[in-house]
Design a protein around this ligand. Structure first.
Ligand SMILES: NC(=O)c1ccc[n+]([C@@H]2O[C@H](COP(=O)([O-])OP(=O)(O)OC[C@H]3O[C@@H](n4cnc5c(N)ncnc54)[C@H](OP(=O)(O)O)[C@@H]3O)[C@@H](O)[C@H]2O)c1
Length: 254
């Protein structure tokens, strides 16, 4: 059985991945959707042609991960594509935010993504693909979004290295690095802080980000960036010392 496995499939970009892979991948038997909110995934699944498997689980919960591990061992699917989209961010000054939420970002964005990737690789074959949701926040440190940016720098670095490691097996990893995307992400992110107005101007739609990521993954690209503004930021963050960029960012936040 050929499957696609998507985490974060109850909302935002993950929902777009579910709907678009449903459209594109005729040769896949089932799409497995993972998130905590079962009802939201059932609602998405109603609009999909493929057989779906709704796995309502918290990706940081070891017992629930063990259930998935057992399911994979029993069914032995071929994972044609893993899309690690579950994640969240909270904005605000590090010392002013709740410790649990800050550590939670590391748990979901880094630990769970790594664990899910580790769990799925043994079920992948030649030409299987992995899409990892990083962010343009990975390109440089971000004051008042410090832990989130650091988690995404981890995802980006990990994914690029893994892409090289898995090349001999012809498994391809794409790190997706969008700027602000119009999703419920900001309901959580802006609880204690506010996104910069300049960033809000560059907000894009989730369907565009997912479509670009799937196209870039198909073309075996290591990095997927949607939109001219964020592409320019990527180049800037490589060329200009981060000290100077951080000083510039400071002018907007003051
Ligand atoms: N929106 C942006 O501006 C933006 C920009 C760059 C990168 N990203 C990244 O893109 C990814 C998707 O974000 P989004 O914008 O689509 O946000 P979103 O609409 O808030 O979706 C986040 C998804 O992650 C799932 N999730 C969170 N914690 C989970 C947990 N412990 N266990 C299982 N699932 C969990 C949520 O499902 P449940 O709540 O149902 O569990 C939801 O499906 C994230 O990794 C985010 O960091 C977003």
């Amino acid at each position: 059985m050929n499957i696609i496995l998507i985490t974060g499939a109850s909302s935002g970009i993950g929902v777009e991945f579910a709907l678009q892979t449903d459209d594109i991948f005729d040769s896949v038997d089932e799409i497995w959707m993972i998130a905590r909110r079962k009802e939201a995934m059932l609602e998405v699944a109603q609009h999909m042609e493929h057989t779906t498997r709704i796995l309502d689980m918290d990706v940081t919960n070891e017992a629930q991960l063990e259930r998935l591990r057992r399911l994979l061992a029993e069914e032995k699917p071929v994972i044609r594509m893993l899309i690690n989209c579950a994640g969240y961010g909270v904005m605000g000054k590090f010392s002013g935010l709740r410790e649990k939420e800050q550590l939670g970002m590391i748990e979901v964005n880094c630990r769970a993504l790594t664990q899910m990737t580790y769990m799925c690789i043994p079920y992948m074959r030649k030409n299987s693909r992995i899409i990892q949701m990083a962010s343009s926040a990975a390109f440089m440190p971000q004051p008042e979004f410090a832990v989130y940016a650091a988690t995404k720098a981890y995802v980006h670095s990990f994914s690029r290295a893994l892409n090289r490691e898995l090349r001999p097996q012809r498994i391809y990893v794409t790190s997706v690095c969008p700027g602000p995307v119009d999703t419920p992400f900001f309901d959580i992110a802006e609880k204690d802080g506010k996104i910069l107005a300049i960033k809000k101007l560059t907000m894009v739609h989730a369907d565009k980000v997912a479509a670009q990521a799937l196209a870039d993954s198909y073309h075996k690209k290591e990095i997927s960036i949607y939109g001219g503004f964020i592409r320019a930021f990527h180049v800037l963050a490589k060329l200009v010392p981060h000290k100077a960029l951080l000083a510039l960012l400071g002018c907007f936040t003051r």
